[in-house]
Design a protein around this ligand. Structure first.
Ligand code: ATP
Length: 489
């Protein structure tokens, strides 16, 4: 802040001098030179002091990481090269220099690297790829050299025989060469990393293993993945249901749970959540329990926490009575249609504002599915369209509340196009022009709108009754909704 004020003041004075007719060129030159030397000095100081490098005492065990069974197994196998290096040497096996962990954010890549250090009794240094990026030539490369130097120093100081250097956000440091704007500096930094890795030897000095993590392995320079560098790649995916149960168990170990808590049910409804999301769910649930002055975390606290992590905090936004009726009709449309095309699928329907949504329907995922049939995609599109169509049928008009639903419907139509489920047949969607794509999309949506409207009209009375109930109760869970639908039928 102070720096911004000083820069502003300097520019102001220079402008004034310029207007007064002074030659400000030498002052600008001097200023720029001074600024460069100053920041370069700081950068070098940072490298010398090893700032930006986190040296963590690694208390994470593989047992503290839920799910990821295959990733852990592959990793442990690779790490045995380090643990039993004498045996490897006897067989003439080339030492392992790099392991690349790739997968979505929050899935436990950092945890795996820490556990790897514990498993191999290595010193652990963590840096982020972004810390190497500098606008000044040579600084990034010097940071890489300094990092490896520092690893050797720490191993000596901690009296260990190996170190693990963990580089997070590897795609920033290791992007394909020539792909960055200030590419020369990026390329020099990456070259330096490759040189350091090529120079790693195990017969002299400590063994250094580089572990890197990325969410975008496709963005990496192929040179990085060449054998002899990061030649082990471990995929760290989003956890499946069993994985989610294991992660929830780990993060509730230190929390008092009430008898009604069913972690399997929580795992069932959290399809697509990462380990970091699940950790956040357990923490938020504990905070809800604290707010209620409860001594135990109940199932309700956990369900509430799932909604918060999925959709955002409840808001005190108060729509008008007319808006509230429209929201209730809209959400009832989604819920009624979902229960019609896929019975027992609604987990919650609410007209309480949360995050960006004025109301919402949450669905139980159909177990962990990795494949969708055309019928499933069409059903999802119909559920998305049903909110606006319910508004149209009951109130005569649609509203802007459906914008998000249409976005979702269009994404699903896109999936259908790329899976060859449209009149275009199997095609490379990226080669289609807007003129080719638009009529097909419109056609699919028009047909599905027709089917959806038919169901909405057939069930208009039920829809109106759900909407009245919602306006009274504000929120209904799936079981209450289904009981009500059964009685109404
Ligand atoms: P990013 O790509 O954003 O750096 P990451 O994959 O490195 O994320 P971590 O930093 O390892 O993710 O995980 C963040 C937090 O999420 C952990 O501290 C932990 O609390 C929780 N977590 C993530 N995955 C798991 C897991 N498999 N088991 C237990 N906890 C997990």
């Amino acid at each position: 802040m102070k720096r911004d004020v000083l820069i502003g003041l300097g520019v102001g004075i220079l402008a004034f001098l310029l207007v007064m007719g002074y030659n400000i060129f030498p002052i600008v030159l001097l200023g720029l030179g001074g600024y460069f030397l100053w920041t370069f000095g700081i950068s070098r100081q940072v490298i010398k002091n090893g700032q930006g490098v986190a040296i963590t005492s690694t208390m994470v065990n593989f047992e503290d990481i839920g799910g990821q069974t295959i990733a852990k197994k592959e990793l442990q196998e690779a790490l045995d090269f380090l643990r039993y290096s004498e045996r490897m040497k006897a067989l003439g096996i080339r030492p392992l220099k790099g392991i690349l962990l790739s997968g979505p954010t929050g899935t436990g890549k950092t945890l795996l690297a820490k556990a790897a250090a514990k498993y191999t009794d290595s010193s652990f240094l963590a840096v982020s790829g972004s810390e190497f990026v500098e606008m000044y030539a040579g600084v990034g490369a010097e940071r890489v050299r300094s990092l490896f130097r520092r690893a050797r120093e720490i191993v000596k100081k901690e009296k260990k025989s190996s170190a693990i250097i963990f580089i997070d956000e590897m795609d920033i440091l290791g992007a394909k060469r020539g792909s960055n704007v200030s590419h020369h500096e990026y390329d020099q930094t990456l070259n330096q990393l490759l040189i350091e890795m090529d120079g790693l030897k195990t017969d002299q000095g400590p063994h250094i293993l580089v572990m890197a993590a990325t969410n975008r392995p496709e963005a990496l320079d192929p040179a990085i993945l060449r054998p002899g560098r990061f030649d082990r790649q471990v995929k760290v995916d989003l956890p499946d249901k069993e994985g989610r149960i294991a992660i929830l168990k780990i993060h509730t170990k230190n929390k008092p749970l009430a008898h009604d808590v069913d972690l399997e049910a929580i795992a069932h409804e959290t399809f697509g959540f990462s380990g970091a999301h699940l950790e956040s769910v357990t923490n938020e649930a504990a905070i809800f329990a604290l707010r209620d002055q409860a001594t135990e975390i109940t199932g309700r606290h956990l369900h509430e926490a799932v909604e918060k992590v999925m959709l955002g905090e409840k808001l005190d936004r108060k729509p008008t009575a007319e808006e509230l009726r429209r929201i209730a009709i809209h959400e009832s449309g989604h819920a009624m249609l979902a229960e019609t095309v896929r019975p027992n699928s609604v987990s919650q329907v609410s007209i309480r504002s949360r995050g960006n949504a004025l109301g919402y329907v949450r669905h139980y995922p159909k177990d962990d599915l990795y494949l969708y049939t055309q019928a499933m995609l069409e059903e999802q599109i119909m559920v998305a369209l049903a909110g606006a169509l319910a508004e149209e049928e009951v109130l005569g008009t649609r509203s802007t509340g459906a914008a998000g639903d249409y976005e979702q419907a269009l994404d699903l139509v896109e999936k259908m196009l790329s899976a060859g489920m449209s009149s275009l047949g199997v095609t490379d969607v990226s080669l289609l022009s807007a003129e080719q794509r638009q009529p097909v999309t419109k056609d699919i949506l028009a047909q599905l709108e027709k089917r959806t409207m038919f169901i909405v009209q057939q069930n208009k009375n039920i829809l109106l009754r759900i909407s009245d109930l919602l306006q009274e109760e504000e929120s209904l869970n799936g079981d209450t909704l289904r009981r009500y639908l059964q009685n109404a039928a």
